[in-house]
Design a binder for this molecule. Sequence first.
Ligand code: XMP
Length: 512
Amino acid sequence: MAQRILILDFGGQYDQLIARRVRECGVYCEVWPCTADIGSIRSFRPKGLIFTGGPGSVYAPDAPDVDEGVFSLGVPILGICYGCQLLAHRLGGEVTPAQSDTAREYGKTETVFRTDSALFRELPEQSVTWMSHGDYMAHIPEGFRVIARSAACPNAAIADEERRFYGVQFHPEVRHTQFGTQMLRNFLFAVCGAAGDWSMESYRSRAVRELRQKIGGGRVLLALSGGVDSSVCAALLSEAVGRQLTCVFVDHGLLRQDEGDQVESAFAGRELDFIRVDASRRFLGRLQGVTEPEKKRKIIGEEFIRVFEEESRKLGTVDFLAQGTIYPDVIESGLGSAAVIKSHHNVGGLPDYVNFKEILEPLRLLFKDEVRQLGRELGLPEALVSRQPFPGPGLAIRVIGEVTEEKLRILRAADAIFRREMADAGLGAAASQYFAALTNMRSVGVMGDGRSYDYAVALRAVSTDDFMTADWVRLPYELLDRVSTRIVNEVPGVNRVLYDITSKPPSTVEYE
Ligand code: XMP
């Protein structure tokens, strides 16, 4: 892989975004800690370097820094925010804390650009950027010129075009920066000369080759949840090593309508050993009488491990345990820590219980949208690939109070209607996640000539980028009306439908 960009991480909140934007431009990149040594950086053979933002100040005693050698690699550098200040500081400029609130900038800022610079080529001379900095460059280093300014910041962007070093005080990776993506494209293509030919097709063939090499004749075990990550992981491994792969799919009986069958049929034609364990009785048995949300989660987690452990013991020794860890997990759990074994949300703690030699994480360098793309590339059905997030404990945390077969039946049917109507109305993409939950409230209604005393179903649809915060989606009344009418008419046991209009915070996405 000849064309790659290295992003050096100084602890900024938008680091993942930078990497995603670069990849969206068709350029492969990795995020490494800023402390990476020059030997490793050199052997990565980057076409360019990006220094990220960060919360620090270049003058702080423990200020994150970079190996001196990066400045003589002969490759272009783009410093963003803190990265820009570090560039200026290390090359002889002067960075100082803003003396007044007016020099400190936060938010959307009108900025004027020198469009004769390669970085701002073919962009308007004035547009909005997203600023978020306390320090600023009082003096720029020798050999640099100013290529952008704002009212509060006369040196909003600098360039040494000979050495191909660029620094921007603002954040081009954030959507609020009007032409941010074009600026990144200019850096990647006009400055670094990247080709932009990174694709899932090439990733797939390389990953398959590497997996074959690594696995040899060994046996691989994967806990398949039916979620996007583990499904794509399974499809990739099956392409690489076929029947050397065993997938254990624990059906805990808390899946949505027909979901277990859909997962099974998605893998039916593939070369792999697929074991579906119907453990629903076991899970429901252990959940009997349990109403406390955390207790439910704990029971499900423990039982999951127990079932998986029993199944894998039947297989004897396996050489590799595969996990669907993806790049955001890797970045969040400490960069460069290849040895860190992340206990994955759906299969928490598995590695401690299973007899295996090594962990495989073939998706650990991919973002979620790339994982979906790879899934399509591998021929997985769209329903599986574009699946919304679904929590490991499944419907158990969408049935408030005790989980029973009857309540699961009601919830499955109501949820299926809601999802169907959303899809038919073409609103699937309007929400990041949408589902029905079964409240434990029963109330009086009137059906035909009779009185009913039935459950209330709650509908939830949220939009979010990161699931840390979320807004409720303003769904059309007509759709809500149709869904409500259908649920009450078609699902026995329900006489009321509620739409959840709380955001996160103060609510959470799930109910328990
Ligand atoms: P909350 O309810 O915390 O949900 O606002 C945020 C996102 O996380 C998902 N979620 C889970 N995923 N195991 C999972 O794999 C869990 O125990 C779990 N709990 C919540 C939730 O569906 C939403 O996407």
